[in-house]
Design a binder for this molecule. Structure first.
Ligand code: ANZ
Ligand code: ZN
Length: 860
């Protein structure tokens, strides 16, 4: 913004009370017309800063969680812009997904119309917050201009061998004859729509090979110093690295010899392997099962195919299995042990087979007790000994019943047994990961279509990149196409991608959102990435962040980026909670507007006393506060200040109307301060003097000057280093109070400095009000183009005061002194000061009397 905008009405008339709505609308228009927040490419030697909020799903209404998220990012973006950095602060829409499809069915509105209408509505609400977003880079994942490139990226992964098809189990609704997402199956295993018991079906589905990156995803995670520890821990657990041993157990059958590989982290317990357990889906089961056990096995498999992995493995759950009638040979001692199939062993983890050690593994113990299998104890605790025999002891200890390994401690035994197995060829060191490949196929309409052709002759054929985008499939039957390889009849893939795929690369598109020939220009990625500050909800701590990290690493193969990780700093903001009334006897939530007396709340229907609690705002709890209502009543600046002031960003925040009013009062107090200063519009011209003479300042000057500099220092640290917006606002309150206290006593230079500083430091928090103040000070352009101040350390070091100089008992002037100057320093300062030199001349003082903190009398 170069030319000064016409004055706002509210400034001309300087009304007593601040009128946020007039002011905010006015400035938002000015900013928009002057493209104030348009991204500028970093100049040579200019730092770049990429500030990113997790983009919203366009549900239609903006909620307080969004507000908190975007306001936090906005403050950070504004700070860096004022620090002179080139800032990229974009916004977009995570626009594919189920709710649009449901709305289409429920309300008869097409999914795209519903979505675009919601985007318009939410964008209007968002704009009222006064965010410094570059809307020119806005993207919508459901738009062809975007999903064309999601498809392109999929094809690139396919070329690099990172996408493949495999059969996998899905939830099948037998009445609606459709596949259901996990969220559409209720806790009783029924379809949310038809109510039918959901069946498991095997379908061919697309997967992405995230497991190829398991180790890299763990290693690089350690280096992310700007991430919260808890998020790192969650990702690490999800990837689930486990170092252990693979052991071969030979199967004793009358025909062929088979080997079952098991994975264990406790090779020291091998003498306690009382049986072997395979996952029901293990590929060897059919070959080794005894004829007489086959029908029992099949019945069992039918039952457990309906359970989720979680249901199968949770510790409390009853474990089920069948003996499949064959025996395995323990390689360490040749012992024959029975082979079982059980629900608690998963096909998808490690080798899909375990040695059952009921003496030292809780799940094996539960299983062995249930089926009366023998239990051999092989490790005894170094502390308690008697107890070991009666329950599974799962810790490390000293080996018993383990032949030559007796009396060794577990750690040593692990090494020795593994080494013997390696030497004899039946054991291998092995690292396993819990992480599974990413199933991206969704049998849905409102998603990014997978750009694949199925040809009877050629098999899977990628859609040529020039033919992208593959458009949405409005009509399932219309999937006929011509194979680009053999020109024969072929069919288009009907699956769409998991919406996490759309959101796993959007931060790359923002840097080059209008590119029509590629998803992005590599040079622009190098210029802007990584994201310097990412802000969003903790609910995305695992999947979204992991998938984004994976896609960046996968694309790096073909694109050769300079960076290894997409998000340098991550801030996960806490929940916004609303006051919630709950009837403890009925457990029902009561809407707050139905509760007459909030201090002594009672149920309007039954008269019972209600519990008052704070819970995450949600429709079902009737405890939400609509951001639009708050802005109507108090303005966006108040809403912003309240949200930032009430709690540190990563903590939950309790919405409290009286605290909102507190911020509103603060804003008005600042407004009145500026209104009370008569010649404020002259300040810009008259009272600037960079060479402030320190010794000309009086006590009030010094005091205010100190607070100005302290505020600059503290607010900068709070914003730049700690994201502690709440304490930053407290500092601003102190500064404001101090200006009130001293405004009639201080030098106009200092007063000007204090008012300017307050306005500038306030700018990231209350961008509209600060523009008003800037205009009152008669400053050029937008306050958001001014630079962030730096503090003067010397103004902070000590408290200084004016030491009165008397010559022979008469006051002749003063000199600046510090409270902790000792007598000798004070004497020296006085003698060498202008006043001292003038009166002492060539004389030698007879006596010097010091009244510390006050005066000095020089007798000549
Ligand atoms: C014998 C043993 C003895 C085990 C003992 C534990 C304690 P993490 O750390 O999670 O990797 N296991 C291996 N594969 C499995 C599968 N596919 N499904 C279910 N359980 C499986 O755990 C590794 C342990 O989990 C392995 O070590 C194995 O049980 C079990 F006192 O082997 B253990
Ligand atoms: Zn073909």
């Amino acid at each position: 913004m170069t030319s000064k905008p016409a004055h706002n009405q509210s400034i001309e008339s300087t009304p007593k009370a601040y009128r946020p709505n007039i002011s905010e609308q006015y400035w938002q228009k000015v900013w928009e017309e002057s493209s104030l927040y348009k991204t500028q490419d970093p100049k040579p030697n200019q730092k770049k800063f990429y500030a990113l909020s997790m983009f919203p799903y366009p549900s239609g209404t903006l909620h307080m969680g969004h507000v908190r998220n975007y306001v936090i990012t906005d403050v950070i973006a504004r700070l860096h812009r004022m620090k002179g950095e080139a800032v990229l602060h974009p916004m977009g829409w995570d626009a594919f997904g189920l709710p649009a499809e449901n709305a289409a069915i429920d309300r008869g509105i097409p999914a795209d119309i519903w979505t675009y209408k919601n985007i318009e509505q939410m964008k209007k609400q968002l704009k009222r917050l006064g965010l410094s977003i570059d809307w020119e880079r806005e993207l919508k994942t459901c738009h062809e201009d975007y999903f064309k490139w999601t498809q392109y990226i999929f094809l690139q992964l396919l070329e690099n061998g990172l996408a493949y098809q495999k059969s996998a189990t899905v939830n099948w609704d037998p009445i609606d004859k459709t596949v259901l997402a996990n969220e559409q199956v209720d806790s009783n295993g029924r379809s949310w729509r038809s109510g039918a018991i959901v069946e498991k079906r095997k379908l061919k589905q697309w997967f992405l090979k995230i497991t190829d990156f398991a180790e890299e995803l763990i290693v690089d995670l350690q280096k992310l110093n700007g991430w919260p520890q808890n998020v790192k821990a969650m990702q690490e657990n999800w990837i689930g690295k486990s170092s252990g041993t693979e052991i071969d157990f030979k199967i004793l059958t009358n025909s062929k010899k088979y080997t079952v590989k098991i994975f264990t982290t406790r090779p020291d317990t091998i003498y306690g392997a009382n049986y072997l357990v395979l996952a029901p889906e293990h590929p060897l089961v059919n070959s080794i099962v005894c004829k007489k056990n086959r029908s029992e096995l099949n019945d069992f498999r039918n039952i457990i195919s309906k359970l989720s992995d979680q249901e199968r493995t949770s510790t409390g759950k009853d474990k089920r299995g069948v003996d499949i009638g064959c025996k395995a040979i323990n390689p360490i001692n040749g012992e024959l042990i029975p082979v079982w199939v059980a629900d608690y062993v998963l096909e998808t983890y490690a080798t899909g087979a375990v040695m059952g050690v009921p003496g030292h593994d809780q799940r094996d113990y539960d299983f062995a007790t249930k089926y009366s299998l023998p239990i051999t104890y092989v490790v005894k605790s170094e502390k308690e000994t008697d107890d070991n025999e009666t329950r599974a002891y799962t810790g490390n200890g000293i080996l018993i019943n383990s032949g030559p390994f007796n009396n060794l401690i577990s750690t040593k035994a692990k090494e020795k047994i593994t080494q013997q197995g390696i030497d004899e060829g039946w054991a291998y060191k092995k690292v396993s990961y819990k992480l599974r490949d990413w199933l991206i196929s969704r049998q849905r309409y409102w998603g990014c279509p997978i750009p694949i052709i199925h040809c009877d002759k050629c098999g899977i054929v990628p859609l040529p990149k020039d033919d992208l985008p593959l458009k949405l499939n409005h009509n399932n039957s219309n999937q006929k196409t011509i194979c680009p390889r053999c020109n024969g009849q072929a069919k288009l893939e009907t699956d769409t991608m998991d919406t996490f795929m759309c959101s796993s690369w959007y931060f790359l598109r923002y840097v080059d959102s209008k590119n029509t020939s590629r998803p992005f220009d590599r040079k622009k990625i190098d210029k802007w990435l990584p994201v310097d500050q990412y802000v969003g909800g903790i609910e995305h701590a695992i999947l979204h962040l992991l998938y984004s990290r994976f896609i960046l690493k996968a694309l790096k193969i073909s694109q050769g980026f300079n960076i290894k990780e997409p998000f340098k700093n991550l801030l996960t903001q806490g929940m916004v909670q609303g006051i919630t009334f709950k009837n403890p006897s009925t457990q029902k939530y009561i809407a707050s507007n139905l509760v007459k007396d909030h201090k002594n709340p009672t149920d309007p229907n039954t008269g019972e006393k209600l519990d008052v609690i704070y819970e995450k705002m949600s429709k079902s709890k009737y405890n939400g506060v609509d951001p639009s209502d708050v802005i109507d009543k108090y303005g966006a600046d108040t809403a912003r200040m309240f949200i930032l002031f009430k709690a540190p960003p990563e903590k939950d925040l309790e919405w409290d109307e009286s605290d909102v009013e507190g911020q509103y009062r603060f804003i008005n107090r600042i407004w009145r301060l500026f209104a009370e200063i008569e010649d404020i519009s002259d300040f810009k011209l008259k009272y600037i003097d960079p060479s402030l003479k320190v010794d000309k300042l009086n006590d009030s000057d010094r005091k205010l000057r100190k607070i100005i500099n302290k505020t600059i220092k503290e607010v900068t640290i709070d914003l730049d280093l700690n994201s502690q917006f709440n304490t930053a606002i407290s500092e601003l309150m102190i500064l404001c109070n101090s200006i009130y206290e001293n405004k009639d006593k201080v030098n106009h230079l200092i007063l000007n400095q204090s008012l300017t500083t307050l306005s500038i430091l306030l700018a990231p928090f209350a961008p509209h009000l600060s523009e008003e103040l800037w205009a009152k000070l008669n400053c050029e352009g937008s306050i958001h183009e001014s630079s962030w101040p730096t503090h003067d350390e010397s103004a902070l070091i000590e408290d200084s005061y004016n030491l009165i100089i008397q010559i022979n008992g008469k006051v002749r002037g003063f000199v600046s002194a510090n409270t902790n100057d000792d007598d000798d320093i004070l004497k020296e300062k006085a003698v060498k000061s202008d006043v001292g030199k003038k009166w002492i001349k060539d004389n030698t003082p007879k006596r010097i009397i010091v009244v510390k903190g006050k005066l000095i009398n020089i007798v000549i």
